[in-house]
Design a protein around this ligand. Sequence first.
Ligand code: FAD
Length: 546
Amino acid sequence: MPLRVSQFQVPVEEPEDGLPEQVAEALGLTPGDLLHWRVVRKALDVRDKQNLRFVYTLEIETTAEAAEHAQQWVELTGSPLVVAVRSEPPFCMPPPGSQPLGSRPVVVGSGPAGLVCAYFLALHGYAPLVLERGAPVQERIRHVRAFDAGGPLHPESNYLFGEGGAGTFSDGKLTCRNFGPDALRVLELLAECKGQQPGKPNILYYHRPHLGSNRLPAVVKALRQRIERLGGEVRFYTRVEDLHFDSGGIRGLSTSSGYLPAQVVVLAIGHSARDTFRMLARRGVPLSPKPFQFGVRVEHPQELVNAVQYGPRQDYYVQKLGNADYSLIVNDSRWPLYSFCMCAGGYIIPSVSAPGYFCTNGMSLSRRDSPYANSGLVTTLPVSAFGGSTALAGVELQERYEARAFELGGGADYRCPAQLARDFLQQRRSARLPSSSYPRGLTSAELREVLPPLVITALEKGLRVMDRYWRGRFLPEALLVGPEARGSSPLRIDRDPQTRQSPGVPGLYPVGEGAGYAGGIVSAAVDGLRTARAIIATYAPLQVPA
Ligand code: FAD
């Protein structure tokens, strides 16, 4: 009988191999009663600074009799453990459909959504063709490094475009809200592509699983090679520039390398392909504006974050657990503010993909060992704050503020507009700025010029509340940079919830973050997987499945 056991607390010093004995004892069982066990989640509880603890959720398999005994034991002993019979369906893919495919399915974009969709299509015999506007990952790394060192922006190969999408230079945190079988299958796939070492299965269950920007390129490349081995093909430097369809559905694509016939097109273009969004709008593909996150990025010395989170035993805990992260939420119903994509021991980066615009994001290496901690501080902008109601109104708003930030940062110098948080609150430019992890240098600016009014109010209120949470230690050393304008997509490419196809354009499947159905690596990948499932259920494969 499968059981889910949550709230199982263990001091951080305890080695993980002792878990089966400890769990069995806590449930009034013997280790032999556990036929199978698996960690589903592992979170760090930092509330008691003298005694940090890991809090586990586990799945165990035991006999019906032992399961009943464990549930009674927990009740009788007043244990804080929560024990429930697990009822999640297992991961499955449908049998292939019967509709014939005239040509291979085309996946546009090789971010997490596109790659994972293509992988499952390839695995089931659909030989997908992936079109990616940017460079293969090794070449892309060279372009990004040259940019960080002060070189020009490559418009097709940068932090957002190229093999692996925005996911490649992301922080590589693999968090997701829904831990169902599809998310687990995605994490397993990433773990396999990472070449997970035996005894180190942590990305499968750690509460905040993290790969780091240095490990992601190898994962992305391994995933692409799997797709190719399974009969798929990936073409780089191939930008989709137009869609051809009629009432019967998709007929083909114009690309930077010529025309391609197509019957099934998965659009996994991410949230920064503004030229492609505009093409879709021109073509009359149904789009709607949607709320998205907007704010700034805050940077502190990592030592300060360690002191706040780990308390007086910080040196001991840093050695044991690495640099500390944090998560802060100000739950104001009108002006909420929350931390987003927190990068412990990380770097602020220029999250840009087109000349003339500037915005920030953050990343860290797997060691998380830079002397800085950064995090987005964002609020959700409602459509009513866009200053227009067309599908592209949110994109236009992003462009207005990002263009001003580009000017403030010296244009093609890509310096980062920055202001001390205290100066921001007092509406004055900072006379002196601290050192920072941002590679191309800071420029003192009034950040209000690059933020919508609603974001300014959320920051004015929320920064003071966050300072109270940290007992006066949040504000004094906080450096704000920005704008942080691309946390999520400002529009949705509409789709039918059942068929996952664009209404009125049969054969067009919008997926992932850019289409407005995901926010992060794992959720984008899960969205890609589910669309692969819908395509498999509809169409007959092109070749014998692997
Ligand atoms: P993307 O990854 O954006 O991929 C879209 C792809 O489509 C790109 O490769 C692009 O080149 C290609 N493309 C676009 N238009 C065309 C076209 N017309 N023709 C052909 N190809 C096209 N998420 C997390 O979960 N954890 C993190 O730690 C994290 N950190 C981040 C840090 C940074 C710096 C950034 C920028 C993002 C971060 N994210 C993080 C967000 C995460 O990267 C995205 O949510 C995820 O990559 C979205 O996946 P996607 O496949 O939908 O789109």
